[in-house]
Design a protein around this ligand. Structure first.
Ligand SMILES: [Zn+2]
Length: 319
């Protein structure tokens, strides 16, 4: 078995080939936040504010459990990713991930399930980096076929896809996910991949042995997807009825122009649009059943969204 054990620098180099899409990265704080008690991720910077790029030494420290890093999903120069990770952390999370893993297998895609604090991460690896939008389109469709909810387009819980964006705009980083095989600062333990012994050397062997999806294979899977069905829009009710007391976003946004994803209408957030963001047109979700409820996944506030719609909140509501 000795030949299975890699020297640390060698292990870190192989790990980098599988997982690192760009050298920007995040690090989990060693100490919990004094108020929330949470271990937040931050982008490491030097004293002069300059960002510190990821090194092989950082990966070695991560694998040794001395630090915990987070990795970004998209290389901004190519808009591509070496992997797709599906994060689920709700009650039926593992059940949903196993459902996805099985269906992926039916498509000839081998996916590896990693434990996490409240659920799991399901990983798919590509033989060469693929366009984030292709990977996302394929998984989105698979999820909707299985009635697994995707959080980025809903108001409640669901799976989260990494990459979380189809493309990165200039200067964006997208979202980072905890890098596998390290030690979670809060839980103070490693989360292993199922399907192999729970030690680093065995896990590396396991990951090395996974089938990588080729770009041709992914493109074929995407090409085979049906056109996204255009949902039946509800009747429109604008211009606003005079004397209406409650703001209805559906009076300002044409739901016929929205896509229906799960229980939500999804479209470009008006506030994001003003800032030149959300070109993927999926930041704003409006609940189908309760169209007075809406949210911007990029975090725009109610005030910002209403201002962008030309229907600012009454001053009394802001006080
Ligand atoms: Zn927004």
């Amino acid at each position: 078995m000795a030949d299975l054990v890699q020297a640390m620098p060698e292990m870190a180099a192989e790990y980098a080939r599988w997982f690192v899409n760009r050298r920007a990265y995040t690090r989990q704080s060693d100490r919990p936040h004094p108020e929330s008690g949470r271990h937040y991720y931050y982008r490491p910077r030097r004293a002069d504010g300059q960002e510190v790029p990821l090194t092989g030494q950082d990966l070695e420290s991560h694998l040794a459990g001395e630090v915990t890093i987070g990795l970004y999903a998209i290389n901004p120069r190519t808009q591509r990713s070496k992997w797709m990770a599906i994060d689920a952390d709700y009650k039926e999370a593992v059940e949903d991930l196993l459902k996805l893993q099985y269906e992926l297998g039916q498509d000839g895609v081998q996916a590896a399930l990693e434990q996490s604090r409240r659920g799991g991460h399901l990983w798919i690896f590509f033989s060469k980096p693929v366009l984030a939008k292709h990977a996302r389109r394929y998984i989105h469709h698979l999820a909707s076929r299985l009635s697994v909810r995707v959080k980025g387009s809903g108001l409640t819980e669901g799976i989260e896809l990494f990459p979380k964006q189809d493309v990165l705009e200039d200067g964006q980083f997208g979202n980072a996910i905890r890098a596998p095989l390290g030690i979670h600062r809060a839980a103070n333990r490693r989360y292993w991949f199922y399907g192999s012994a729970y030690d680093l050397a065995s896990q590396m062997v396991f990951l090395r042995g996974l089938n990588r999806v080729t770009e041709a294979q992914l493109e074929e899977l995407v090409a085979a997807l049906p056109e996204e069905p255009k949902a039946e829009p509800p009747p429109q009710r604008y211009p606003p009825a005079p004397g209406r007391r409650h703001f209805q976003i559906s009076e300002y946004i044409d739901l016929a122009e929205c896509r229906k994803v799960g229980r939500n209408w999804v479209t470009q957030c008006p506030s994001c649009r003003e800032a030149g963001r959300d070109r993927g047109k999926d930041n704003l979700a409006i609940a189908v059943d309760e169209p007075q409820k809406y949210i911007c996944w990029a975090g725009c506030t109610r005030e910002q969204i209403r201002a962008a719609l030309g229907a600012p909140l009454p001053v009394a509501n802001l006080l």
